[in-house]
Design a protein around this ligand. Structure first.
Ligand code: SF4
Ligand code: SF4
Ligand code: SF4
Length: 312
């Protein structure tokens, strides 16, 4: 089921079920407080050669299924790809063209992944706090408390989270989590940035990355557009982009500077205020989650019994 259909087939109705508005306000306060500690990644699209090493590293790091063709396969560039449940990041290719001042703009590659928004709509939209923003700015997912309602998918302005529709038993929402656990444990670059051979991807404190981006623009005005995508888009994002051509041409779409999360929250608060609290629905979703957990436990038990039997 595609996202649009999902929206129109009743899930929009479920949006009325947005709960716990008080919790959201405190989450918002926390989000603002951690802004200065945020890390990020600067993507300099003028340096990207489309080698897809970042995709490969991400695939390995997250134990995702290997794709049918090797990562060296460049035919993937025939299509515009989006992150999926099996690929948390993808690189797209955009053919060169003459610029308005008749200079030739070369072929450009642009990496796509979760933007780790400063005020993430997915976090704001999640009924149970399965999406959370960490102190360093990473937006991570907890499969153990997820209801499977997929409201985060609908809320994301960058259309990033994917759902494991092919997984019948315990489907999860999947997206780049900024290698959160890896960074914490190793204090290292995220896997994609570590693998990039051209320094297209620079990991660091968001404030420092903004300064770096500004200095690159200042030193090479012939190379860069005087704009940092992600500085303000959707309330600001941890992933930032530099380009040498109009952003729209490489699918860095214009976004309002106010995070959609702010609007969603005012609607939620309004709903709450007028007492339209769909407790029955919430109960239903909670029941569904409980049922899923039980079936998971049963499956685990079955597996253990089978293994034990195998040993005898
Ligand atoms: S890009 Fe989407 S999924 Fe990622 S943090 Fe922002 S709202 Fe959430
Ligand atoms: S930060 Fe980690 S999870 Fe995100 S795209 Fe890079 S390698 Fe993949
Ligand atoms: S590894 Fe670096 S140069 Fe290669 S495709 Fe990814 S971002 Fe571009």
């Amino acid at each position: 089921m595609d996202r649009r259909l999902f929206l129109t087939t009743g899930f929009a109705a479920l949006s009325g079920a947005v709960l716990a508005s008080e919790t959201k306000s405190s989450e918002n306060r926390e989000i603002k407080a951690i802004e200065s500690a945020q890390v990020g990644c600067l993507v300099d699209t003028t340096l990207c050669i489309g080698c897809r090493k970042c995709e490969e590293a991400c695939n390995r790091r997250n134990n995702l299924p290997r794709p049918e063709n090797p990562f060296t396969d460049q035919t993937v560039f025939r299509d515009r790809r989006r992150p999926t449940e099996g690929a948390f990041t993808v690189v797209n290719e955009y053919p060169g063209m003459p610029s308005p001042d008749q200079k030739q703009i070369g072929t450009t590659h642009c990496k796509v992944q979760c933007m780790h928004c400063l005020t993430p709509s997915c976090v704001s939209a999640c009924l149970v706090g399965a999406m959370t923003k960490q102190m360093d700015g990473s937006v991570v997912y907890n499969k153990n408390i997820c209801l499977g309602c997929r409201y985060c998918m609908v809320a994301c302005p960058f259309e990033i989270p994917a759902y494991e529709f092919s997984e019948p038993l315990k489907p999860k929402v999947r997206k780049c989590e900024f290698c959160a656990d890896y960074k914490t444990k190793q204090g290292a670059n995220p896997a994609c940035a570590a693998a990039c051979p051209t320094e297209t991807l620079v990991f660091g404190k968001r404030q420092e990355l903004l300064a770096l981006a500004r200095s690159r623009i200042k030193n090479r005005p012939d190379r860069y557009l005087d704009y940092i995508y992600g500085e303000y888009e959707a309330g600001g994002t941890s992933w930032l982009y530099l380009t040498g051509r109009p952003m729209k041409e490489i699918d860095l779409v214009p976004m309002p500077i106010k995070s959609p999360a702010v609007t969603t929250e005012s609607i939620q608060h309004g709903i709450f205020k007028f007492g339209i609290i769909p407790m029955a629905l919430y109960g239903f979703l909670a029941g569904l989650m409980w049922k899923n957990r039980k079936s998971e436990e049963k499956n685990e038990l079955k597996k253990t019994e089978q293994t034990e039997r195998g040993k005898q």
